[in-house]
Design a protein around this ligand. Structure first.
Ligand SMILES: Nc1ncnc2c1ncn2[C@@H]1O[C@H](COP(=O)(O)OP(=O)(O)OP(=O)(O)O)[C@@H](O)[C@H]1O
Length: 429
């Protein structure tokens, strides 16, 4: 490993991830570990230059104040105890906090600012080669940021020892399956299995209107398709996954409550046993994007907005029909094009279209129409717990309306969803 490290030991702070990110922003690598790590485990970590004992409101667990083992205080690297008995231990002002961190990291610990993507990629390539040897790895490649960056990293490390499986379930956005094939098969010369499962998914979903039921069918069918492909292959020992650092932090440290189990290609049958390769598990999302860009993935893949697992399936409200699904896909493509042309694509957190399962009366070329509406949604959020509606310029809304009603078959109206979260959720289903 090439980079110096500042270790954050979790003594119940709610700012562990934030402090780690801010230290990394100074160019120094930082990892969060639980408070009961042993001195031997600390010593086994590479290049630890300093330790922050990060106390906070969750320090008292079941009436007992948690602490690290005594010998960590006497460790041969500087130890900073950030705990002011219940107060926020770090300055609230970002610049002041930056100065405090910089003083400890560089002034006290003498760490080098050598955390960068080039070194990270070089380290990971070495680690992946060491873990995998001459064996083979399987990856479910959605074309989303996380699995795409894992794919690019593994292609660099082990080339054709990686097999990627991309499942086109018919619920992807316009151009996405084509882009996966073009980037990974054509440009990166990867082993890519492209599975056209469109009919299979849409047949299974036919007539199913209940949102949770739709999500379950999509999830279960995905596992089934992926499992079938995995069984056709021989000599695969590893499964690569796009687990990222927030997935791990959110699965719970010993002081914080577990937020959620981290998701991945879970649900594979017991007899399909793989060892996991998770090269992004120490990266925050912005670092995953930087890694993807450094590996040469196109911006449209690396900086794409978040997209729900069940894809367009939850934006084609109620029971999915092929014609309404096409209306969602075509209107979504127009919205994305117009937002990009107006420079809103890098600014608005998430924007998409929804097609409900009812029609309204309209008029076109002096003739009565009876068609669907398209609902536009554009929201901003920091943590996805709350969201505000983007104040889209009215002329742009009018232009998008004109294009959608002219170009998308079966649509005669366009609506803008003005609802923040709460009371609406970001997605409609
Ligand atoms: N259509 C698909 N084809 C192949 N693999 C898929 C597909 N959809 C999902 N996956 C796999 O399931 C994982 C979890 O999917 P999810 O939709 O929750 O995305 P995610 O965690 O945001 O990851 P990503 O950014 O890679 O899409 C993906 O990382 C990928 O490995």
């Amino acid at each position: 490993m090439k980079q110096d490290m500042i270790l954050i030991l979790d003594l119940g702070s709610e700012q562990n991830a934030q402090i780690a990110r801010e230290i990394r922003a100074l160019g120094v690598y930082s990892e969060i570990h639980p408070h009961d790590i042993t001195l031997a485990e600390v010593k086994a970590l590479p290049n630890v230059k300093g330790i922050i004992l990060n106390g906070g409101p969750n320090r008292v667990v079941d009436g007992v104040e948690v602490d690290v083992s005594r010998d960590i205080y006497n460790c041969d690297v500087p130890v900073l105890l950030a705990d002011h008995k219940g107060d926020a231990p770090w300055p609230a002002d970002e610049a002041e906090r930056g100065r405090a961190l910089s003083n400890f990291v560089f002034g006290v610990c003498g760490a080098q600012a050598n955390w960068n993507m080039e070194n990270f990629i070089a380290d990971q390539v070495e680690l992946i080669r060491r873990q995998v040897g001459d064996r083979n790895v399987l990856l479910a490649l959605s074309g989303g940021v996380d699995s795409s960056v894992v794919a690019a990293l593994l292609i660099k490390a082990i080339g054709k020892q990686l097999t990627c499986v991309h499942v086109n379930h018919g619920l992807l956005r316009k151009g996405e399956p084509e882009q996966v094939v073009q980037v990974f098969r054509d440009q990166m010369d990867a082993n890519l299995i492209y599975v056209d499962a469109v009919d299979r998914f849409l047949d299974k979903l036919a007539g199913v209107a209940e949102p949770e039921q739709k999500r379950k069918i999509i999830g279960a069918e995905f596992i089934r398709v992926f499992e079938e492909e995995a069984r056709k292959l021989e000599g695969i020992d590893f499964l690569a996954q796009g687990t990222i650092y927030p997935d791990i932090i959110e699965s719970g440290t010993k002081t914080a409550k577990a937020v959620k189990a981290h998701h991945n290609v879970g649900g594979l049958p017991e007899d399909l046993k793989f060892e996991l390769v998770e090269p992004l598990k120490m990266l925050f999302k912005d670092e995953v994007r930087a890694c993807g860009a450094a590996l040469g993935l196109p911006d449209s893949m690396v900086y794409r907005q978040p997209f729900p697992g069940p894809g367009l399936g939850v934006r084609c409200l109620g029971a999915i029909t092929r014609d309404r699904l096409e209306a969602v896909r075509a209107s979504d493509a127009i919205l994305r094009e117009e937002f990009a042309a107006a420079g809103l694509d890098g600014k608005v957190w998430q924007y998409f279209t929804v097609v409900p399962d009812f029609k309204s009366v309209g008029v076109r070329d002096n003739k009565r129409t009876f068609d669907w509406p398209v609902i536009l949604r554009a929201v901003n959020t920091v943590d996805a717990m709350t969201a505000t509606v983007e104040d889209v310029p009215f002329p742009l809304l009018q232009k998008i309306t004109a294009r959608i009603t002219a170009e998308v078959e079966g649509v005669n109206r366009v609506l803008y969803d003005l609802t923040p979260k709460p009371t609406g959720t970001i997605e409609w289903e």
